[in-house]
Design a protein. Structure first.
Length: 408
């Protein structure tokens, strides 16, 4: 049996600070302070979970912060050790956190943690091998019972069942893909880079950077025990323009009428009409205008008015687009330089802040968002942390009556 979580199983409580930068000292120290006290939230507070690339002298695992979506201020809360948790997802009820361990095929796994919001800690539950190398993305169904990883190195998708206690089953299915693209260096074989459910939960989509395809599977909500919820026979392939290298994608929040795909190699955003699992391409527009071939992450703002796409390797930053409310098409309205290697970013649910994980600058840059223009302004409230690569928000829970009175 696979060793239970490739980690020390250590949950280090980093007592709340006023700067949000104490994680830097904590992971250098490599020791665990006393157990965390109860985390007391204020109006606008969220949990910020950060996945990292780990090393002996750098980050050690998943870091948890308190982030205020009204002020942009942050505080360190805790850290849990795990090797290379480069992508995270939360169960729909936010009681559990799942992470990939992005390693070679023999050591790659999906990890499960319980999430104690009162204390602000993650506790390891178990691990399950992905049976495919380089897992770089993980997603969970709306029921909270089906978990899937996109395995970049393995060119595959691995499926698991999540039990009621949050634990992961052994892999129920590993779907291996075939094919290549025109770039002989980057597209000599399949490279699955992301996997995501459609908002209605009826389909699972996956982006294959290596073959210039977006895959779609129908979902079986009631699989037999030990079987995957994905119906492999339902596979539908949607081709991207040759050399696109599709990496990440996002749905529009307004009825999911549009899907936006970011090509890592082409640097283009491809706009599709979306209806009941069917994609119809309608626009291609450049996010990377310098040909760096390192586009990374893409998100639509919560109000559906703007789209953001990050670019790496040259002129590292975020392309900003306005979205036509009638057609879903894009118009480029700006470009914001950021920290180096913005592999991932996240927008607060209220749309007021956008946080960028700068892998090569060892910090998370916090921008305020002009919700009328979509433009970004650096707040100079960065969170210092070695090689942050994934950012996720979680609710802190409702305030108690006396706390609500204070917040008002």
């Amino acid at each position: 049996m696979y060793k239970k979580i490739i980690m020390a199983g250590l949950t280090s409580a980093l007592l709340l600070s006023c700067t949000g930068n104490h994680a830097r000292d904590a992971h250098k120290a490599g020791s665990a302070p006393e157990a965390a006290s109860f985390v007391k939230g204020e109006a606008g507070d969220l949990f910020l979970l950060v996945g990292t690339y780990t090393s002996e002298k750098g980050s050690k695992g998943i870091y948890l912060y308190r982030f205020n979506a009204l002020t942009g201020r942050s505080d360190s809360v805790s850290m849990t050790e795990v090797v290379n948790p480069s992508y995270l997802t939360l169960s729909p009820d936010e009681k559990y956190v799942y992470a990939v361990g992005e390693n070679d095929e023999g050591n790659s796994a999906a990890h499960a943690f319980s999430f104690d919001k009162q204390r602000g800690t993650l506790t390891p539950i178990n691990s399950s091998p992905t049976l495919g190398g380089g897992p770089c993305y993980i997603t969970i169904s709306g029921s909270g019972r089906d978990v899937h990883t996109a395995n970049y190195g393995g060119g595959s998708i691995t499926s698991f069942r999540a039990d009621e206690d949050g634990s992961l089953s052994p892999a129920t299915k590993v779907m291996q893909f075939k094919g290549e693209g025109p770039d002989s260096k980057r597209q000599s074989s399949p490279h699955l880079h992301s996997v995501m459910y459609s908002p209605d939960g009826e389909f699972l989509f996956a982006a294959d950077l290596g073959t210039d395809k977006l895959y779609r599977f129908s979902v079986n909500d009631t699989p037999f025990e030990g079987q995957s919820s994905l119906q492999q026979s339902s596979l539908k392939e949607f081709g991207m323009p040759p050399g696109t290298g599709p990496r990440h994608f996002d749905f529009h929040p307004d009825g999911s009428k549009y899907l936006y795909v970011l090509g890592e190699l082409s640097g283009d955003v491809i706009v599709f009409d979306y209806a009941q699992g069917v994609l119809t391409q309608k626009q291609v527009i450049a996010a990377d205008t310098v040909g760096a071939r390192g586009s990374a992450d893409i998100h639509v703002s919560p109000d559906g008015r703007f789209l953001y796409a990050s670019n790496r390797l040259q002129a590292d930053g975020i392309a900003i687009f306005s979205i036509d409310p009638e057609s879903g098409t894009l118009t480029k309205v700006g470009y914001q330089l950021t920290v180096k290697h913005p592999r991932n970013f996240v927008i607060t649910p209220n749309g007021k802040f956008l946080l960028v994980a700068g892998r090569d600058d060892d910090r998370i840059q916090v921008f305020s968002v002009d919700m009328e223009t979509g433009m970004l302004t650096d707040t100079n409230r960065s969170i210092v942390l070695s090689k942050p690569v994934c950012l996720k928000f979680a609710e802190m829970g409702e305030l108690q009556p006396d706390e609500q009175d204070t917040a008002q």
